[in-house]
Write a protein that binds this ligand. Structure first.
Ligand SMILES: Nc1ncnc2c1ncn2[C@@H]1O[C@H](COP(=O)(O)OP(=O)(O)OP(=O)(O)O)[C@@H](O)[C@H]1O
Length: 352
């Protein structure tokens, strides 16, 4: 898609603002971002359900901007799975094929294969009302993949499922789409889902792509403060530091600067650091920064500590074996290579 702009008549602001993205053949690309950032609008323009004000959509090298949805070679799954209540699972899955006048025995063969992939074999003769929410969602996915479209579009397909089912189905979806190798564009507001599924993720903000990259690259090196704060649980910590003699002063403490900072000497920068990249110890050590624990939250796999460091609060991930208590004085350290620096005025990563 190239320079896609969409403004809704009632909206005023651009829902998507000159968005250009290329999804590689066979790639799973996730659009992720907070509510209202334009993900669904973008997907709907690719689908042909929404007309862009300007910009082009191409699929497999063919400009489809002026083609109706049904001629774009797409298959879609939406949040409201819209399966037909009066049809059995078998007919629901085969619906797209029957519409395309595929011969009956081939419909049967392909429905059987899709049902196998989604573990729906034993439900083929049930009506949707006789299925759980998770099973219905599987039917919607089976119906989308059975037509073997060039491109699969999915808009929050897991959002009707409870947390546990969501997690299970997420892994299955990854397996299935990986097996099929279908080019997929997937919308979610859930950053964990985006990280888990995407070959690459496009983090969107206010109608624009804030960052595009592999999940790990985007997580590890957020292009700006917004992306660092959106991805990850907890989000990235951001501390204001003063650059003094090439080092980073946070309150009374000094952190080693990760890179050459001479152009920032005497100025403030924002230091971004992930909770899991901060080490904590109960006793003072040279170069470690004193802090005070405020809150201790066990997450099961780790302890999430909220600590005060001068005027700043930081989230620290500690091992469950660490004997943490509220009000306790501790010492923190982060490896210089795990620190990311941002311009406090623009929120953009410093090109160091
Ligand atoms: N039919 C519409 N009419 C007017 N404004 C709309 C319409 N659809 C979306 N918008 C506006 O366009 C912007 C982008 O909406 P969009 O649904 O694309 O965002 P989203 O990122 O998918 O959000 P969500 O995760 O909440 O679905 C929002 O400000 C929204 O209010």
């Amino acid at each position: 898609m190239e320079s896609l702009v969409k403004t809704y008549a009632s909206g005023g602001k651009r829902a998507t603002d000159e968005v250009s993205l290329e999804v590689a053949d066979g790639e799973f690309l996730v659009l992720v971002g907070p509510s209202g950032c334009g993900k669904t609008t973008l997907l709907r323009m690719v689908a042909g359900l929404e007309t862009p004000d300007s910009g082009r959509v191409s699929i497999g090298g063919r400009d489809v901007t002026d083609l109706p949805a049904r001629q774009r070679g797409l298959s879609m799954v939406f949040q409201s799975y819209a399966i037909f209540p009066h049809m059995k699972v078998r007919q629901n899955i085969g619906f797209g094929l029957t519409m395309r006048k595929v011969p009956r025995d081939e419909v049967e063969r392909r429905v059987k294969h899709a049902a196998e992939l989604l573990h729906l074999e034993e439900y083929l003769d049930r009506y949707p009302a006789q299925l759980s929410g998770g099973q219905r969602q599987r039917v919607a996915v089976a119906r989308a993949i059975v037509v073997d479209a060039d491109v699969l579009l999915m808009d929050e397909p897991l959002s009707n499922l409870d947390a546990l089912l969501r997690l299970q189905f997420r892994a299955e979806l990854k397996r299935i789409v990986g097996q099929l190798g279908t080019t997929t564009l997937y919308v979610t507001h859930d950053q964990a889902e985006a990280m888990s599924l995407g070959d690459r993720v496009a983090v969107m903000r206010e109608g624009k792509v804030a960052q595009l990259g592999t999940p790990l690259a985007v997580y590890d090196r957020p292009a700006d403060r917004f992306v660092g704060g959106f991805l990850g649980s907890p989000p990235m910590n951001f501390l204001t530091a003063h650059v003094r003699d090439g080092a980073l002063a946070v309150g009374d403490a000094t952190l080693p600067a990760p890179d050459e900072l001479s152009t920032w000497e005497g100025r403030d920068v924002l230091v971004g650091v992930r909770a899991e990249n901060i080490q904590v110890d109960a006793s003072a050590q040279p170069g470690w920064v004193p802090a005070q624990i405020e809150v201790v939250e066990p997450t099961g796999a780790a302890l999430l500590l909220t600590a005060r460091l001068g005027d700043e609060q930081v989230k620290v991930q500690a091992p469950t074996t660490f004997p943490a208590e509220p009000d306790q004085h501790v010492y923190l350290r982060a490896a210089p290579e795990s620190l990311r620096l941002y311009d406090p005025a623009t929120g953009l990563a410093l090109a160091t």
